[in-house]
Write a protein that binds this ligand. Structure first.
Ligand code: SF4
Ligand code: SF4
Length: 71
């Protein structure tokens, strides 16, 4: 199973959190962006990707189509 993220399409993960909340394996976390003027806030990250069981709930729920699961 591979998880592909397009974090540039996820502008404000802290206001969405849908993937974080839906994932039964708790794969996703918010990480602070690298600090400079244009990069404030958070990025979504698949921190515990080894825990993914491939249910694809994250892919289905993401309103910005940022997440792709490949078998
Ligand atoms: S496919 Fe399922 S287990 Fe894997 S990251 Fe997405 S929601 Fe979590
Ligand atoms: S569901 Fe999609 S838009 Fe929402 S935080 Fe996750 S990756 Fe970003």
């Amino acid at each position: 199973m591979r998880i592909f993220l397009e974090p540039d399409k996820c502008m404000h993960p802290e206001n969405c959190m849908k993937c974080v909340l839906v994932c039964p394996a708790k794969v996703f976390m918010l990480k602070p962006k690298r600090t400079n003027q244009s990069k404030k806030g958070y990025d979504i990250a698949a921190v515990f990707r080894d825990m993914c069981d491939g249910c694809r709930e994250c892919e289905k729920i993401c309103p910005e189509n940022c997440i792709h699961i490949e078998y």
